[in-house]
Ligand binder design. Sequence first.
Ligand code: FRU
Length: 604
Amino acid sequence: MFFALLFAAVAVAQSSSSSMPTSSSTSFDSGVPTNAPIPGLYNETWRPQIHYSPPKGFMNDPNGCFVDNNGTYHLYYQYNPTALVAGNQHWGHATSRDLYTWENQQIALYATEDSQIFSGSIVVDVNNTSGFFPNQNNGVVAIYTLNTKDEQVQDIAYSYDGGYTFIEYAGNPVLASTPASSQFRDPKVIRYGETWVMVVSYAQEFVIGFFTSTDLKTWTPASNFTHGGLLGLQWECPNLVQMPVQGGGPMWVLVISINPGAPQGGSITQYFPGYFNGTVFTAVDGAARITDFGKDNYAGQFFYGIPGTEDQVFIAWASNWQYCEEVPTGETEGWRSSMSIPCSTLLANVTRSGWDMISTPLPFGQLYVSQQPLAQNYSLGNSSISVSYPDVVSRAIYFQCEISGIPNNTYSQGTLNFTFSSSQTHENVSGGFFFGGDNSFWLSRQNVQGFGETNPFFTDKFSVANPINSNGTFVLEGVIDRSILEVFLDHGRNSATMTFFPQGELDMFELTTDGLNEGVSVSVAVWGFNSTWASQATCRTSLSAHFLGTAQILPPQSKHSNSEKLHGEDYNQHFDRNPFEARIAIICDLEELLQDCRLQTHLA
Ligand code: FRU
């Protein structure tokens, strides 16, 4: 059993390294593996348990999001593996079948000493339009910004192995600005009929350039979209995507991220519903609409490969350039920033505000600890429900509250408040809704000690006006995951992302309604999630890191039955201190480790 599995592990590792083309870039960073994922602990106090975060180092924008023809989602991201701030930008890479359970992959695109790989996108060149893929119909092409001291240009790299390793195109750059610009970046490419379309930002001119191409190598200017909605100080990370309209055919949406200069500070994302004819985008109107009313949802990207007639999948960076390089996870846990929860999006024409992009969390599937809620009350009335959840090890919780029978706006009254708090320190994050007046919903991270008390940009309250539906209903859903809270109002008509870093673990939930009109009914339920990282992250990434190219097969007698047992953090500390020693320890304990990590299925 022990040796069969060990050989299997080695075989998997070798096939994924030797039979694949090597990336043309090699990392100049000492200590950063070029042929294996970077290991991460994923059990630290602030580490989200159902969100993606990098194993170590600094992460910002999602990049190159696409779903391959096997149904695997690929998430690349702006990644500095050597520091806890941005600078040495690579493309990190992770894959998932459900967008909650992630497997780290080796870095996909490497910075060099004098150039960084900035944001961009990925397409699948099914018809070999690029000529890179004479023998396959699943060739992957990354289109990204190469940032150097003097200039930003658009480069491409291609992958024969479905997006795990890349070869930079010898004819790069494929697009540069004339005259040269240091503010020309973040290409997002989509397929429109028989052509490729790129949207790319002239960041400080507030222009999104539209380009077309037949081969991904030669790009022709088609049109510009300029000075719409909010300007801030820079436009970044444009996205162009087609999505259904609730109850109707698809429409187009142009998304533009703004930083710095968001109305509430730092980074924000705006979008324009509209029409696109292959070369020109026309917004339905001049209004600025934002994707999220919090401060931690930026540079979001739609996954390539989902037809425009289906709901799209959106994921964003859950932080803000005003404080992302200072948040305390850096000093104490060695990582910074997570991604948002993955959302399903479509357009709707809703109460009063008109066109709206609706975002709801993708189904949680198998994530629940149990289908049975931790607590529930389907006729709460004007009352409270509370639950303490020390037994939910992940500390990741989902709650839903549905209210119906609310009278016409003018007469509606009362409040709904919820709190997630720490039994240890009494810190809390909270939110609430006013059913009267302006129908305001608010969120607060004010009662969290530490970082928020000292950082002037870590604004502590957010709100939005959310008119009550004409059918007299209001629905609130929330997901909390150690250091991130996301709320969705009325099935995603408004949503907000808020990060926070409490000194004590939040382990209690309370929801209270008060002063609601007679006849209003309130239904609440709260569920716990299992961690998607607990059973696999450290173990799997560590194992492949060790086995790739280095796993020597030990003879049976060298399996020391009395060897020290290493678990969780210890594996990593060991690995950091002395890779060779750690490798021996891991091999000695492999049998038990494989049990722990539930790796049998993975290797089979
Ligand atoms: C947005 C951004 C992009 C750029 C990348 C660099 O957050 O500034 O415009 O490509 O980050 O990391």
